[in-house]
Design a protein around this ligand. Structure first.
Ligand SMILES: Nc1nc2c(c(=O)[nH]1)N[C@H]1C(S)=C(S)[C@@H](COP(=O)(O)OP(=O)(O)OC[C@H]3O[C@@H](n4cnc5c(=O)[nH]c(N)nc54)[C@H](O)[C@@H]3O)O[C@H]1N2
Ligand SMILES: Nc1nc2c(c(=O)[nH]1)N[C@H]1C(S)=C(S)[C@@H](COP(=O)(O)OP(=O)(O)OC[C@H]3O[C@@H](n4cnc5c(=O)[nH]c(N)nc54)[C@H](O)[C@@H]3O)O[C@H]1N2
Ligand SMILES: [Mo]
Length: 758
């Protein structure tokens, strides 16, 4: 038996290989609480769902214009023929319509390894051909990414290092955790968890006696082992609750005027909205009660409990994956500013504690290098979540954070390392959008729904089948990833596929820079070594690193606290905003981002929520949290994940009262539906979710039958609309549905078998 170090987003491990086959997976010895997801490799490495050879859709060969996508059979073709077809189609598309007609945004998580990171490689390859159409921001925190620069000057408060848990535990009196601190999210981090620390975070908070408040529709968003209070506002109404907390402070003159004067801009204008001077509606606890469904007294109590205390306000990213998802974040910044503790240990705010492993870790800032090339600029770049709009509306415009983008006419779509039929909202609409282009090319390891909707599918290797270097800047270790097995069937590395295509298209030199995998590994480590040297940290030689399998980052000297330097000296370290301070009010945003934006944190109707007229027909608010037993659409088919399902359907969590009134009992199969579509799930009846709210995690593979999904993919139901003109982020969490008992024979799933290949 041979052993090879490797890495997934959910953790580092040693692959045990016998006669070329993976037979065991041992977690990284320095990971105190390894993820069980690793087990899934045992059946996923050589799963029947692996794409085995290049295939082309029959209808595409017959020139059906895309009509049969998602339904046709495929024909297997030799690699050379497949590459000729792809290169030929790229060439004719460029000749006839220009490279802007090629869409290569290719959003998705790809691999933990940085050299073989598929999405980076798509961009690098298409970039050698010219300014192709791409995607910016992300599904995770896209709304915040474009919003925060208006208020803080950059999006680092959501995209970069967060105030450490250690400093919060030591210094905070109260943690208000919007969206909680869900254990499941700590299973992984983009780039790979080195050490799962959720238990440590719980221990630190428990030991320090800090009062933790879970503000979320779901009690389980904080592990029961950490004593905490639970406050459950209706989904998408956090802004109203936050405004009422602000109102409590302002109306009693308990806000920190010194902080607001010295560090913020525009408070007085915001206050006139808050007190109702501007619109005649004071944002009182009574007012917020009508929106959030909480009792006014409870809101007053919560507000009073913050006064004179050191308060840390955290929010998960889910709050902003919603219609007007920018507003709760602005309201949090505003409340934190009124409390006056931004930049102090144990105070202020954080966006992402609770959303993935590594959040709140010490600032390791591990330097990792992949094959991105900034000199190969993309052309038009749309916010990721506007993908269906792009394909459906060529020539139309969209407003994004004060700019106008025109959607190019897309003829060819290229995807590698992502699964839009997992990640996008309103999949019936996406299906229609995916019928528009002339050609869709996908590299995949597995027969995902996206691969099934493509014209040419090229089989890609998995990390165990290639050498790489991986890690997350947030984690303590950088990892060597050794090739443990030969590629499955005819699978190839994305890098080699692109190199061969580049050769056909005359850009091989530019794409490869003359390097192969071995050269890139050394190049990457050399960059890491130099970056570390600039910080006075010495790294071992490549060979030493490679044979040891990991490199340990030293502990940073100080605890990271968000905006500490600004707090210490705002004159020397101003924020890159118009005022140099925190924009409690932004006239620039108001003027740039459409009529509905008042230019400060405000309650804006999210349209699909429990207080809207639409709730008459679809009275339940559907949340679509990240799945507890896998990563997005990945590992869905694994035995490990399927053991957590019931009759091969995902569980939907529903309140006992809502279940009883619909005649639904534990484990019953139910149908979730609205005007956009429907899917099936198994009922998990509980009182840990608030009445009126149901939660169906993402990730079940889309198995369409007309407009319904035989499986449990919640994106049949979610709404495909931008968060607002500010962020144009995804609004997955603003969605109303009805749930009913499913009667009849459970349809047979087809998506866990490969499609027909001739
Ligand atoms: N309703 C709803 N929808 C959501 C969300 C939500 O909260 N609610 N969350 C959103 C969020 S935050 C995210 S990040 C997205 C995630 O969306 P995605 O990142 O698109 O989801 P994954 O399933 O991780 O897709 C990655 C795909 O890349 C493939 N892959 C991995 N490695 C390689 C490789 O080396 N080469 C190639 N060619 N392929 C590879 C995998 O097999 C997998 O199919 O989903 C979003 N969708
Ligand atoms: N196990 C596992 N972990 C993951 C992932 C995975 O696929 N699997 N994906 C990773 C990725 S890509 C990302 S971006 C992060 C996402 O991280 P998050 O966005 O934090 O994850 P979610 O599970 O969508 O949301 C967290 C909780 O927010 C609550 N919530 C939803 N809407 C509201 C609301 O309106 N108000 C309040 N107060 N609470 C609300 C829900 O109850 C939910 O459980 O997770 C990462 N972690
Ligand atoms: Mo994400």
């Amino acid at each position: 038996m041979k052993s090879y170090p490797s890495l997934s987003h959910w953790g580092a491990f040693t692959a045990k290989v016998e006669q070329g086959r993976l037979v065991g997976v041992e977690p990284f010895v320095r990971d105190p609480h390894p993820s069980r997801f690793n087990e899934a490799w045992l059946d996923m490495a050589a799963s029947p769902l692996r794409v085995a050879r290049p295939v082309v859709r029959k209808g595409w060969l017959a020139g059906d214009g895309g009509a049969g996508r998602g339904e046709d059979a495929f024909v297997a073709v030799p690699w050379d023929e497949a590459l000729d077809l792809v290169a030929g189609k790229l060439r004719t598309t460029m000749d006839e319509h220009g490279i802007g007609a090629v869409f290569g945004g290719s959003y998705g998580w790809s691999s933990a390894g940085r050299i073989h990171h598929a999405r980076t490689l798509v961009h690098r390859f298409l970039g050698t051909l010219g300014p192709f159409t791409s995607q910016t921001t992300n599904y995770s925190f896209g709304a915040a990414m474009l919003f925060l620069p208006w208020v803080l000057g950059t999006h680092r408060a959501v995209s970069s290092v967060q105030t450490t848990w250690q400093s919060i535990a030591r210094n905070a009196d109260v943690v208000l955790a919007f969206g909680g601190i869900p254990a499941k999210n700590y299973e992984l981090v983009s780039g790979g968890v080195a050490q799962h620390r959720y238990e440590d975070v719980l221990d630190e908070l428990r030991a320090s006696d800090v009062r933790v408040v879970n503000i979320s529709p779901f009690r389980g968003d904080i592990d029961g082992r950490l004593p905490h209070d639970w406050i459950a506002p209706r989904p998408n109404t956090d802004t109203a609750l936050l405004l009422a907390l602000c109102h409590h402070l302002a109306s009693r003159n308990l806000h920190d005027r010194n902080f607001l004067n010295r560090y913020c801009d525009g408070y007085d204008e915001f206050e006139s909205y808050l007190l109702g001077v501007a619109d005649g509606v004071p944002k009182t606890a009574e007012w917020a009660a009508g929106i959030t469904g909480l009792e006014a007294a409870r809101i007053e109590q919560l507000a009073a409990s913050l006064v004179g205390r050191r308060v840390m306000i955290t929010a998960t990213w889910s709050l902003q994956r919603a219609r007007h998802g920018e507003q709760p974040y602005w309201a949090i910044i505003t409340l934190a500013a009124m409390l006056g503790q931004i930049g102090l240990a144990g105070g202020g705010f954080g966006f992402g504690h609770g959303s993935s492993a590594g959040m709140g870790n010490p600032d390791f800032n591990a330097p990792l290098f992949g094959l991105a090339r900034d000199d190969l600029k993309a052309g038009v770049s749309i916010p990721v979540a506007r993908v269906a709009d792009l394909l459906l509306n060529p020539g139309e415009t969209v407003r994004v954070s004060g700019k106008t983008l025109r959607y190019p006419d897309i003829r060819l779509v290229y995807w590698a390392g992502g699964n839009p039929f997992h990640h996008h909202q309103d999949l019936n609409r996406l299906r229609e959008a995916f019928r528009r282009p002339e050609t869709i090319v996908v590299h995949e390891q597995y027969w995902t729904a996206t691969a099934r909707h493509a014209d040419i599918v090229l089989p890609a290797s998995i990390p165990l089948e290639r050498n790489d270097i991986g890690g997350s800047s947030r984690e303590r270790y950088i990892f060597a990833m050794h090739k443990a097995c030969e590629p499955f069937a005819e699978a190839r590395d994305d890098y080699d596929i692109f190199a061969d295509l580049a050769r056909r298209l005359g850009t091989w030199d530019e794409f490869t820079e003359g390097r192969d995998e071995a050269d890139w590994l050394r190049w990457s480590w050399q960059n890491t070594t130099e970056a570390l040297a600039r910080r006075g940290i010495s790294a071992p030689s490549f060979d030493e690193f490679w044979s040891k399998g990991h490199f340990e980052m030293p502990d940073p000297e100080a605890d990271f606290i968000l905006l500490e330097r600004f707090r210490d000296d705002p004159e020397t370290n101003p924020l890159p905003t118009p005022s140099g301070r925190i924009q409690i009010v932004s006239h620039a945003l108001r003027d740039a981002c459409g009529e509905e934006q008042p230019g400060h944190a405000a309650w804006l109707d999210p349209e699909e929520w429990l207080g809207s007229p639409r709730a008459a027909d679809h009275p339940l608010h559907l949340l679509t949290p990240q799945p507890a037993r896998h990563l997005h659409g990945q590992l869905d088919a694994s035995a490990f994940n399927r053991a957590g399902k019931h009759r091969d359907r995902e569980y939907v969590t529903i309140h006992a009262g809502d279940a009883a009134s619909r005649g639904i009992r534990q484990d019953d199969i139910v149908r979730l539906f609205n005007d956009r579509g429907s899917c099936l799930a198994a009922a998990n009846v509980t009182d840990t979710i608030m009445p009126g709210v149901v939660a169906l995690p993402t990730g079940a593979a889309f198995d369409p039958d007309g407009t319904m999904d035989r499986n449990s993919n919640p994106n049949l139901l979610t709404r495909d609309v931008g968060s607002s003109e500010i962020g144009q982020g995804c609004s997955a969490q603003s969605c109303l549905v009805e749930v009913e008992l499913f009667i009849g024979e459970l349809p047979k799933l087809t998506v866990y078998d490969p499609p027909a290949i001739e």
